[in-house]
Write a protein that binds this ligand. Structure first.
Ligand code: SAH
Ligand code: F3S
Length: 438
């Protein structure tokens, strides 16, 4: 019988992509078949996230449960990868000695070798190094299931925002060569592709002719692949929003008209303490340019509340900026001190209850803005990729708009995996319905 691997993914899209790669490499080198039942697995892989403390705590509580499985089956192997692995390294084995392998985001391609070494010498194996982007040279490429796929265009981040652990867990920013990315997209055989990176607009990839392509150039090349009908990307940093990229939203029809542009705070003193390297005025000017070029664009953002130096005045500035900019949607998080980051050493005077109250205020506004944006979609024409059937009604199909709203459409199974033009004709709370236009 085939041996089975269970992979659990925590955190961001980059981790989801890495988990696909972990599966590819284990299928090709170790002939492992993926299972959705943890109890049936011969190997359990946790692909972890450490962006906030909560995410990290979840990993250790999961490991506690997995320990029982290993007690019942000593042949079970446990591998911990991703950002917690990268940050904690050998500490994971100290805290959970039943773990067999600890690997980082840049060493996932070495998993078969690590498994082999574990069997040969009976000891836990740890490899959390950053061997540049060797991983892509060593990985098999596979086609995707379904109409959408993701491709990593760059790894790591070199921005070192004072609160963020990513540069330490994923290493410095490295762009993949342009042609490698195009080849991977073509192999996937999808009609929608999401270009992934911590700061995609910092992309600087080598072309075959020796020149360096920026992100706008990469989008242009991807848009020339005829099978690709829609292009998405995530995430961007306000610092590298150049005009060429802003122009893509009006010049390249295949590019989804949405952008996630985290601002983090609406106070210039907090932004400076966060080392974000832009002011609120500069951020607003980017939003103005984007909306001028592409009036229907959906803009989403991230906010951190309770950063150590944040005063009530700073918070009020954030709140009024959030209201002023009328995002499609935003995500707000309570600041979580991350080991080894500069902000973790700052004195933090705000009580947790006060931070919670601030968080709720922002989240209320985020939900309100999301509802307003949804309501504005009534009567508009949207590009929808149909990807599933409604569980309740078999002749109702579900698909996503450019700005990631789920739309219900009546039709038949031939619609599946197709792009259609849809007129939104009914909105009931969160439920959006539309009819197909010819
Ligand atoms: N590359 C993205 C951010 C990736 S992390 C960028 O351009 O900013 C995703 C989000 O998590 C961030 O935008 C931030 O809002 C949040 N985040 C990161 N570190 C955090 C921390 N220490 N505490 C709370 N939220 C954090
Ligand atoms: Fe983190 Fe800032 Fe990079 S939020 S991922 S260090 S841009």
């Amino acid at each position: 019988m085939d041996k089975k691997v269970f992979i659990k993914t925590f955190g961001c899209q980059m981790n989801e992509y890495d988990s696909e790669k972990i599966n590819d490499v284990l299928a090709s080198k170790n002939k492992l078949v993926q299972t959705t039942e943890q109890k049936d697995a011969d190997l359990i892989v946790l692909n972890t996230c450490s962006i906030r403390e909560k995410a990290e705590v979840k990993v250790y509580s999961d490991l506690g449960r997995i320990r029982k499985l290993k007690e019942a089956n000593p042949n079970l192997r446990i591998a911990v990868g991703g950002c917690v692995a990268s940050q904690e390294g050998a500490n994971i084995i100290k805290k959970a000695p039943y773990v067999d392998i600890v690997f980082g985001p840049q060493t996932l391609h070495r998993l078969p070798d690590l498994l082999k070494a574990r069997e040969e010498n009976g000891k836990p194996q740890i490899d959390i190094s950053f061997p540049e982007i060797e991983k892509f040279d060593r990985l098999p490429t596979s086609s995707s299931i379904g109409p959408s796929g993701m491709v990593s265009i760059m790894e790591g981040c070199s921005k070192y925002c004072s609160f963020c652990v990513v540069p330490y867990t994923r290493g410095e920013e490295v762009s993949r060569p342009l042609n490698e990315i195009l080849k991977e997209i073509i192999t996937k055989g999808v009609s929608e592709i999401t270009l992934l990176g911590q700061n995609v607009n910092a992309y600087r990839g080598l072309m075959d002719n020796g020149e360096v392509a920026d992100f706008a150039t990469l989008i242009e090349y991807v848009s020339e692949i005829s099978e690709i009908k829609r292009i998405r990307f995530s995430t961007s940093h306000p610092n590298e929003m150049n005009d060429a990229l802003i122009d893509c939203f009006s010049n390249i029809d295949k590019l989804a008209k949405m952008i996630h542009l985290p601002i983090q705070a609406g106070s210039d003193t907090v932004l400076s303490a966060m080392k974000r390297n832009y002011t609120t005025l500069e951020y607003k000017s980017i939003i103005r340019k984007l909306r001028k070029k592409c009036p229907e664009i959906s803009i989403t953002s991230d906010f951190i509340v309770g950063f150590p130096t944040e005063t009530l005045k700073d918070f009020n500035a954030t709140k009024s900026l959030l209201k002023e900019l009328e995002f499609d949607y935003s995500y707000s998080f309570i600041y979580s001190p991350r080991p080894g980051t500069p902000a973790a050493y700052l004195e933090d005077l705000t009580p947790h209850e006060e931070k919670l109250a601030r968080l709720h205020e922002l989240q209320k506004e985020n939900i309100y803005q999301g509802e307003i944006f949804t309501k504005k979609m009534l009567g508009t024409t949207q590009r929808v990729l149909i990807d599933s059937v409604s569980k309740r009604t078999p002749d109702v199909f579900l698909g996503k708009t450019d700005n990631n709203r789920v739309v219900e459409i009546k039709g038949d199974p031939s619609l599946l995996n197709q792009f259609v033009k849809v007129k939104i004709d009914k909105i009931l709370n969160k439920n959006i319905q539309g009819v197909i236009l010819n």
